[in-house]
Design a protein around this ligand. Structure first.
Ligand code: SAM
Length: 238
């Protein structure tokens, strides 16, 4: 009989993420919701050995274990999931909150490629991580063991509804002058479609302009109410 482990473990990052998301604000709440989001997972010595990823390129998806390094170390037993409007509370272990003991995060992401020239760099698609996130482990995803489409998902039974997104002529002009105009247009549509406005500040009637940073731009948008539907309009890209 071994006594239950209570001694602390030390985790050492094996690498970090460079993503389309310079800030936490605006990032979808789960991976896969903005498939156009690109990221690189860069391994650091001594983990940047190509031998350590041999065979991984045969897997289309990977689990990335990381640290919510931009969240405070403090935690509470109850959290308020944004999905419940920010009012109702659930247990931290019944949530995907970033405010949790040990600050460990887990994302299932698409592996789009591996570059082993001069180190190891994994190309990821659809990740939900801010640029600079420390990564502590990578595992291949096994759909036959880990996919359960029939599973019940508590207070988050399905993907959040999508909002319509429109662009002002000024925003379209700024976009068209960029080499990444097509992918950035798709990314902005996917991000704003998730409605990144903070729940407690939403006011359909106001002229409030919100900003979300993606890649190296600041996307300014506001909400437009037409009948029952809300559209988020991109006013400017700066
Ligand atoms: N899929 C992961 C999980 O379930 O552990 C993350 C879910 S968490 C709700 C996703 C949010 O974490 C994003 O919307 C973003 O605002 C935030 N986030 C991403 N990277 C972070 C980091 N390094 N530190 C703190 N918060 C982060």
């Amino acid at each position: 009989y071994n006594a239950p482990a209570s001694a602390p473990f030390t985790l050492t990052p094996i690498g970090h993420v460079e993503s389309d998301y310079p800030d936490k604000f605006g990032i979808p709440r789960q991976p896969g919701l903005a498939p156009a989001a690109e990221a690189s997972l860069i391994l650091v010595p001594p983990y940047d050995d190509p031998l350590a990823v041999r065979g991984l390129d045969a897997f289309s998806h990977i689990w990335v274990s990381f640290i919510f390094h931009q969240s405070p170390a403090r935690w509470t037993p109850l959290v308020r999931p944004p999905r419940l409007g920010g009012n109702q509370k659930v247990g931290v272990f019944a949530s995907r909150s970033t405010h949790r003991p040990n600050r460990l995060g887990l994302s299932l992401v698409k592996l789009a490629g591996i570059d082993t020239r001069g180190g190891v760099r994994l190309k990821l698609e659809g990740c939900d991580l801010v640029s600079g996130t420390p990564v502590v482990d990578i595992k291949p995803y096994l759909p036959w063991a880990e996919a359960h489409p029939e599973a019940s998902a508590g207070f988050a039974p399905e993907a959040p509804p999508l909002l319509q997104v429109s662009f002002s002529q000024q925003a379209l002009d700024t976009l068209s002058a960029r080499t990444d105009s097509a992918t950035l247009h798709t990314l902005i549509t996917q991000i704003l479609g998730q409605d990144p406005r903070p729940a407690y500040k939403r006011d359909e009637e106001s002229e409030r302009v919100y900003g979300v940073r993606l890649r190296n731009v600041d996307v300014k948008f506001c909400a437009v109410q037409n009948d029952e539907a809300t559209t988020l309009n991109v006013v400017a890209i700066e």
